[in-house]
Ligand binder design. Sequence first.
Ligand SMILES: [Mg+2]
Length: 311
Amino acid sequence: MEQAHPYVKHAYLEELLPPKRLLFLVNPKAGARAQRRIAEALEAHLDHRQFVYTVWQTERPGHATELAHKAREEGYDIIVSVGGDGSAQEVAAALLHTNTIMGVLPAGSGNGLAMHLGYGRHLERAIRLLNTAEVKTIDCGLVNGRPFVNISGIGYDGVVAERMKNSPRRGFWPYLFHSVFGGLAYRPVHYMVEVDGRRWEGDFFVVSVANGPMYGYHFQIAPDARLDDGLFSVVMFRNVPRWRYFMAIPSSLNGRLYEERFVLHFKAKEVKVTCTPPTFAHADGESLGRGEHFQFEIVPQALKILVPTRS
Ligand SMILES: [Mg+2]
């Protein structure tokens, strides 16, 4: 019998496979110059034999979710959020438990998810990494029923998100400014935190519930967080003098935050938080406003996502 040649057959088939349909959802808040740069970078760096692509602009908050639903119905294979964690969250909300694959390109003020996945901060390089990326399935978090992909938090975190929402400028320096002055002004509130049935009570500066480990800019709030372990990493800062938080910034950048004595951390599937008085919260850097009760649930293996192949 004639010998089959799987290698030859495979290479031949690859030539015949139609290219994947890829949609980029771009937030115009990035600015006209950034948008032109994105268009040029896609032309120059995307592998056009593998992908045919379209770019759509989002026009308002929540629009990326609507557009992602529409694109899924139109049969796009991959929908790439071009922006920060907030944009990724909006796209993810439309793709949970579907076969449509999400991609992320870093172009926001907080690119924690893209950074953690290994896309880095440079758009051109991130596009090249998309060409050889592989599909993984990750968990997603819910805060009061609303999906988030990276980090949600209550207290100090929420205040910074609220200040950023009202800030006309984005990027690192406004973020740093609001982090510092938000931190100096913020007074911890009283919390009751139930972590998988265990209860903690006290005054905390921040209560973070993390699916991924970092905000943008390498700040790691939850160095042990994994996107696919079916668990949250819950991180709480006890109320200590502010300078101790500032002193801990290097540990946060080095992934050693848990060595600080004011940090409490747990792994959990379910978290319930009550705070008095009501305080600010965020999901993926988007302010949720003030609230008193927050319920977090992990949704395991909810989202297919493109991840750079490690060489
Ligand atoms: Mg996890």
